[in-house]
Design a binder for this molecule. Structure first.
Ligand SMILES: NC(=O)c1ccc[n+]([C@@H]2O[C@H](COP(=O)([O-])OP(=O)(O)OC[C@H]3O[C@@H](n4cnc5c(N)ncnc54)[C@H](O)[C@@H]3O)[C@@H](O)[C@H]2O)c1
Length: 273
């Protein structure tokens, strides 16, 4: 089989949550650039409009839906509208996610404001609502559309933080991501008989707008360079290959997997210089 057939996503009806920035935008871009028909969902109306316009200027088949993933009724409406527009839903990326800082470390130092005892209820509730419940709601809507049509692909953005501790993200980030990662395994088991594949992409450090764009600062980039074996932060474009793999015929026997894209970070520290 040639690469064009193995990774062929032409015509696939795709929905991406959190698609106006960072990794979600990269998923939408690689799918659209390769001939998929893509609905971009995001809560940020301005960024969404700009990105949909930019992608459409390449003559790619894209449309936007403004939606907060925590608004379940609206999520259902958006899925129904996307399925009606495209005629089906083949690939769904459950990607929308946030990090509400501070964690207990900031630039390597203890930050009392990020201590467990200081974590406000609102931050805990919002992190769980977006990063955990948001994934559940997305998988549920995807299953509702994919079961009757005979299959589909669900791809969840988890994190290396799902299985490692870290002091930098806010406290609720790790348990929310761990829950999402295990939800992928359980959903893969349950949905396999309907030919619905459920997989996770677990990124390491990518330079995006998450946590107010903290990862874009020089200090963050240098800190990452010291601990990641590949010695740098990743660009969102570097998630595109694994997204295409999981959406395409190349992943015909892959389900319940979590593919790590982290420059080697999960396996330990970088060599000292
Ligand atoms: N950047 C990293 O280093 C990294 C590492 C591991 C995992 N992740 C995960 O990748 C995913 C994407 O994050 P990113 O780094 O691209 O961040 P980002 O902030 O650049 O993009 C996230 C997008 O999601 C949207 N969004 C946030 N909350 C939403 C909500 N409630 N409803 C709808 N849309 C919402 C935002 O408006 C934004 O457009 C998240 O799940 C994040 O946890 C990121």
């Amino acid at each position: 089989m040639r690469a064009e057939q193995l990774f062929d996503v032409r015509g696939l009806a795709t929905l991406v949550t959190g698609a106006a920035s960072g990794l979600g935008l990269a998923y939408a871009e690689v799918m659209a650039a390769n001939g998929a028909r893509v609905t971009l969902l995001d809560r940020d109306a301005g960024a969404l409009e700009r990105q949909v316009e930019r992608l459409a200027s390449h003559q790619w088949d894209v449309r936007g839906e403004v939606c907060d993933i925590t608004d379940r009724a609206r999520v259902r409406e958006v899925f129904a509208a996307a399925a009606a527009h495209h005629g089906r839903l083949d690939v769904v990326f459950a990607n929308a996610g946030i990090d509400l800082p501070p964690g207990y470390l900031t630039a390597g130092r203890r930050d009392p404001a990020g201590g467990i005892e200081n974590l406000p209820d609102e931050n805990w509730d919002r992190m769980i609502a977006v990063n955990l419940t948001g994934v559940f709601v997305t998988i549920r809507e995807a299953a509702r559309h994919m079961k009757p049509q005979g299959g589909g692909r669900i791809i969840v953005t988890t994190s290396v933080a799902a299985s490692r501790t870290s002091g930098l993200p806010g406290f609720a980030y790790m348990p929310a991501k761990a829950g999402a990662a295990h939800m992928v395994r359980q959903a893969a088991l349950e949905l396999a008989r309907w030919n619905i594949h459920v997989n996770a992409i677990a990124p390491g450090p990518f330079a995006t707008n998450i946590a107010g764009g903290h990862s874009l600062t020089d200090a963050a980039q240098q800190g990452v360079a010291r601990v990641v074996p590949l010695r740098r932060m990743a660009h969102p474009d570097e998630i595109k290959g694994v997204a295409l793999l999981l959406a395409s015929p190349a992943a015909s026997f892959i389900t319940g997997a979590e593919i790590t894209v982290d420059g080697g970070r999960s396996h330990g520290m970088a060599d000292p210089a």
